[in-house]
Ligand binder design. Structure first.
Ligand code: FAD
Ligand code: FO1
Length: 460
């Protein structure tokens, strides 16, 4: 069926970056899907389709299932695999191929691309070290062009700023200046006229059985993984809780957050979709709408900026000089209490509030955003060094949180322990000038006893 040449690029060219040139093979365009695991609202898929339409080629999406990923357990893999099943059938309905590849991702994708004679490979932007390493490795293994598309940030990370930003206050104006050009409606992926050779549907049971992920951390009940689940969660938030977001988002007892982070993390839901839908709501207080957009756009895109431009985003070496100096000056301060990984993991500290936060995360797969700050800061107070505090914060967060292994997480723990994107505060033992938080501050803000009851304690 002849169709017109590709419509004029549906994806803003500023979202794309050619990582390598090369010889265009005679085969399909391949979108190596990783961060943005969805068929709708996906600029990387739209760009890959434009390339395939212009070359009158099939379009195939490849997902490389890593045998291990930053400490991910069965909890996270189960959520992700459920979503990928849905993506496979969404793509099939559009005549777009889906291939689940196993083994080390760059080698698996390179072998697939060579076998198929890929015309071009499109990848989706991700600032994490492991992901950038995968794409660099791929570029050395293939001879066709490889193009990166930022499908996660509303303002592409590389465009928003060419450098590491000090904080929200320095990035916000840069985002604001460009938001009008990038916070635009999504084009739709169309039915693809050149279909890839039929391939057997993925044997998802066999894929799951082949995963070594630690089954000791089980799936979180009651959440519907995948793009449809993410879109439903967004509709529920907008309908029921957006109106109260400004005053309730920092109250761990109220269910005031959107709870969208698992679907945003796996790319089942596009942040831009959430921003477009929330911005269009006109029957809620502007303060709530604006507060949500500040977190969703500024805070989240600040995290990508931090991880992209700071190679030590998950290390004390990545903290600002003032923070390293103040933490060094207080390294020898006596710690009132010291806890190791086992006690912290089991939520067996002296502090019922901290235990409740840890229990919420291990049971629910998500800790309330306000409690994450308290939770992270106590680790600095109760471990022998900032390095150990940061290691344990990332280890526990990535083990239990559905939204873990994310730039937001590494930035969040660096904020808690190293004052990243924060300022210096009054000097005190152990913390130095890093912002301090304690349970008295929490008691002033919300009903601590109610939160402890709600989250349960390890023995309950
Ligand atoms: P909402 O309040 O509804 O916000 C909506 C979205 O805005 C979030 O999903 C997220 O994409 C973005 N957002 C909100 N707050 C922040 C923030 N402080 N920094 C960056 N983006 C933000 N977020 C993760 O996605 N994964 C993590 O592993 C993670 N670990 C964290 C660890 C610590 C120690 C701290 C202090 C924060 C961490 N955060 C993490 C950031 C924030 O707490 C979560 O994004 C938020 O609580 C997710 O729940 P929600 O989607 O209901 O948030
Ligand atoms: N991305 C992949 O391309 N392949 C994987 O096998 C994979 C596993 C995985 C497990 C848990 C998790 O939280 C993320 C995982 N990711 C995987 C990456 C994810 O899609 C996101 O791109 C990043 O974690 C966010 O930057």
């Amino acid at each position: 069926m002849a169709t017109s040449a590709a419509p004029p690029g549906r994806c803003d060219p500023r979202r794309t970056l050619e990582l390598r040139g090369g010889d265009r093979g005679a085969g399909p365009v391949i979108y190596w899907m990783s961060r943005d695991q969805r068929s709708r609202d996906n600029w990387a898929l739209l760009h890959a389709q434009d390339l395939a339409l212009a070359a009158r080629r099939p379009l195939v999406v490849a997902f490389a299932l890593a045998p291990a990923f930053l400490g991910a357990t069965w909890r996270q893999y189960a959520f992700m695999l459920e979503g990928l099943k849905e993506v496979e059938s969404d793509l099939a309905a559009l005549g777009i191929g889906f291939r689940l590849l196993t083994g080390e991702p760059p080698a698996a994708v390179a072998a697939f691309a060579r076998r198929e004679g890929a015309q071009t490979i499109v990848s989706d932007f991700d600032p994490l070290r492991v992901k950038r390493g995968w794409v660099e490795n791929l570029c050395r293994r293939v001879s066709c062009p490889v193009v990166e598309v930022d499908a996660h940030n509303i303002v592409p990370c590389r465009i928003a700023s060419p450098k590491l930003e000090f904080g929200a206050y320095t990035l916000r104006p840069k985002l604001r200046r460009l938001l009008g050009e990038f916070l635009t409606p999504f084009a739709r992926v169309t039915a693809h006229p050149w279909n890839p050779p039929a391939a057997p549907a993925t044997d998802w049971d066999r894929v799951a059985a082949g995963l070594k992920a630690d089954r000791g951390v089980g799936p979180v009940e009651g959440l519907k993984p995948g793009p449809a689940g993410g879109e439903a969660a967004l509709r529920r938030f907008v309908a029921d809780r957006l109106a109260f977001y400004d005053e309730e988002r920092n109250d761990p007892v109220a269910d005031g957050q959107s709870n969208l982070s698992p679907w945003l993390h796996f790319g089942h839901l596009a942040p831009q979709r959430a921003a477009l839908d929330v911005r269009a709501v006109d029957n809620v207080p502007a303060a709530s709408r604006d507060a949500f957009l500040e977190e969703l756009i500024v805070r989240r895109e600040l995290s990508d900026n931090f991880c992209f431009y700071n190679p030590s985003y998950d290390a004390v070496a990545g903290f600002h000089a003032w923070a390293r100096a103040t933490l060094d000056a207080h390294r020898a301060d006596p710690r009132e209490r010291l806890y190791g990984a086992a006690e912290l993991d089991a939520a067996r500290t002296h502090d019922p509030l901290w235990n409740a936060a840890q229990t919420e995360m291990t049971r629910r797969g998500k800790m309330h955003g306000y409690m994450r700050m308290y939770w992270g800061k106590k680790l600095l107070e109760w471990t022998p060094s900032p390095e150990e505090a940061l290691r344990l914060a990332n280890l526990l967060n990535d083990r239990y949180a559905l939204d873990g292994r994310d730039p937001n997480g590494y930035t969040g723990t660096a904020w808690c322990i190293g004052g990243v994107h924060d300022r210096a505060w009054g000097e005190r033992p152990v913390f130095g000038k890093i912002r301090y938080m304690n349970d008295k501050g929490c008691k002033r803000k919300f009903d601590v006893a109610a939160y402890v009851r709600k989250s349960g304690s390890p023995t309950s």
